[in-house]
Design a protein around this ligand. Structure first.
Ligand code: PLP
Length: 393
């Protein structure tokens, strides 16, 4: 057999892509598949952002840019953090990347080596452990519980910390749980982190604007400003502005770390397309009207699926507070089905028997659960809920 490098042989294919591919294949064959597996808004990028990109092409934004990004983008990033998050950063403390994903990759590869530990609250997005693995670091799963609203407690964090902890990853609003960390919850985590001066915090705020309540957004730096010299804030335009395909992430962090991340990015893909950078700058500078319009739709859909699930009875689900996901507990459904042993088999079963695509919770270290994405139109979600009720209620 042909062998490849350990770092790729050890990686498993994301089951998000696996389910997505199977769902698409079945749809293409003419099956009526309800897609509740998507990790991206079903909305189009707002027209004014597309217009800004067209103009950028006419204006000649077709060449290499600085590694950190065009100055119009870096200014937009600094202003965004100042205006929306109350966080002040200098020009040398911000950069763009090719999606929030590359920002995470840059940060983890700049911080983590083989002797280091990374604490990841679970359930979590599957790319966190994958990136940590590529960096060679040891993954410490920090479990959260439905009873705590899937929010990491200071006690659990303390138990997971050690002399070797180099990175603690936080993600709020959360993929896949749809839950949000309150300022108090973050302050309590900050108190623990103050005792571990070698540990950096990476806060992944990509779902910041997709919140359904009136509480203002808080990240760990708002709750615990003294962590500023060891916190990396990651965000982007993908989810809030329906710009997943443009590939622009934004980062703010300590100058010395940003410099390392720039070296890494400079030796890999250099930067995202110039035209995407101009579009992202326009998005960040362009106000939140469209973001709020889309968020309102997601909020309505969150209620629609919650009501649908509650009507079934045997599926527990914490109502989503943000993002466009929730994480219903299907363990009693799994028990009730002879031909299904776990959530992975349930994922296949739901697709084959009910024509419903959802990602198995195991992909997020949440066995027994399924991640339900409501980034789909209301009609289709309604149909999905009816199929589930018919099968399980
Ligand atoms: N972070 C989280 C928690 C995500 O769910 C995703 C996308 O699914 C990303 C980051 C990646 O964002 P981007 O498309 O900007 O790379």
């Amino acid at each position: 057999p042909v062998h490849f490098a350990r770092r790729v042989e050890d990686l498993s294919e994301s089951s998000i892509f696996h389910i997505g591919r199977r769902a698409k294949a079945l749809s293409d064959q003419g099956h009526d598949i309800v897609r509740m597996d998507a990790g991206e808004p079903d909305f189009d990028t707002p027209r004014w952002i597309i217009d800004a990109a067209k103009q950028a092409l006419d204006d000649g934004y077709t060449r290499y840019t600085p590694i950190a990004g065009l100055s119009i983008l870096k200014d937009a990033i600094r202003n965004k953090f100042e205006r929306e998050n109350g966080l002040h950063f200098r020009d040398s403390e911000v950069m763009h990347s090719c999606g929030a994903k590359q920002a995470l990759f840059n940060a983890c590869l700049s911080l983590l080596g083989p002797a280091d530990e990374v604490v990841i609250p679970s359930p979590h997005w599957g790319s966190y452990p994958a990136i940590a693995k590529i960096a060679g670091a040891r993954i410490v799963e920090a479990p959260t519980r439905l009873e705590d609203g899937f929010v990491l407690t200071p006690e659990t964090l303390e138990r997971c910390m050690s002399e070797r902890t180099r990175v603690v990853l936080l993600n709020t609003p959360n993929n896949p749980t749809g839950q949000i960390y309150s300022r108090d919850a973050l302050a309590a985590l900050g108190d623990v982190l103050l005792n571990y001066p070698n540990a950096f915090v990476i806060t992944d705020d990509i779902y910041e604007h997709l919140r359904f309540g009136s509480e203002p957004f808080t990240n760990i730096l708002n709750a615990c400003p003294s962590l500023k010299d060891r916190t990396v804030v990651i965000n982007g335009v993908s989810k809030a502005y329906a710009m997943t395909g443009w590939r622009v992430g934004i980062v703010a962090g300590p100058e010395l770390l940003i410099a390392e991340m720039l070296k890494l990015q400079g030796q890999t893909n250099s930067h995202t397309a110039a035209v995407s950078q101009v579009a992202a700058a326009a998005a960040l500078n362009g106000g939140l009207d469209d973001v709020h319009r889309m968020t309102n739709r997601f909020a309505q859909r969150a209620r629609l699926v919650q009501e649908g699930i509650d009507r079934i009875g045997k599926i527990d689900c914490q109502p989503a507070q943000g993002s466009f996901y929730c994480l219903p507990d299907f363990s009693r459904v799994i028990e009730s089905l002879d031909e299904v042993e776990d959530d992975q088999e349930l994922g296949e079963w739901l697709l084959d028997e009910l024509g419903i695509a959802m990602v198995p919770g195991s992909a997020f270290n949440a066995p027994g659960h399924m991640r339900l994405s409501f980034a789909a139109n209301e009609e289709s979600l309604q149909k999905g809920m009816e199929r589930l009720q018919k099968a399980f209620a």
